[in-house]
Design a protein around this ligand. Sequence first.
Ligand SMILES: [Zn+2]
Ligand SMILES: [Zn+2]
Length: 260
Amino acid sequence: MNYGGRSLEVLENVSVDSLVKLAGVIDGANEIALEGHELRAMIAQLNFLRLKPEAEQEKIFSGLAAKHLPALADQFRTDPSALSPSMTLMNTVSHTPYFARFLKTPGGQGIAALHVKHMAQDPDVGALDTDRIGEVTQFLSTLLLLQGMADVEQADKMALMHKLRLWVQVYRGQFAAGTSSRCIASLTSDPSMGAYMMQVKALLEEPLYKCGGTNCARATSTGEGQLLQCSRCKSAVHCSEEHQKQAWRSHKANCFQVTF
Ligand SMILES: [Zn+2]
Ligand SMILES: [Zn+2]
């Protein structure tokens, strides 16, 4: 693919900055890709990044989440498309503890309900291909797990359920069908999926309430305040200074100053 005669360079220079520039969250996309090619270049960079060692990927995902989630959420709120650059980047970092914590802050409120609305009301959502349907439904299933559906409007829910049931049929056996099914289970509070979903939610949120020390089970179930919170990332906790020191060796690679 061509991004203005700089295709290889575009791919190789993937960084936190390049991704948010291409997403339009900060200025500077024109340094990287030709006008109109930004989104394609961003997706190409993400695909290239996924070929790198996991530690390298996670460093970029953590750095991006720590610094840019508030701005990504702002952009997400102003773009009514089901599939937007900010949605793609938020989905990419949705497994990090930064994202789980961000959704609990004032700046992260209502994201699940808004994604339901975008997906229910965007007339172009039906024209997306199976991979993109997988992406928008994967993000929704994560959001519904982490944030619940307290703010979801009934009319949006009904309109979206219709689409989700269709995707389960059309994409049977594909990724998009599985993620659509998980969204339906959340939206209908399907009791047969309840235990599994609680488990996934606990796993995603675990770093926020469980000590990061090796084999340490100390945790707080009542909030972030009771264990020592890492002052830099606010997305890891420890029961003691000893365990904080012990965990630092692995934690430091993904520990970034948060802006929220
Ligand atoms: Zn501990
Ligand atoms: Zn930290």
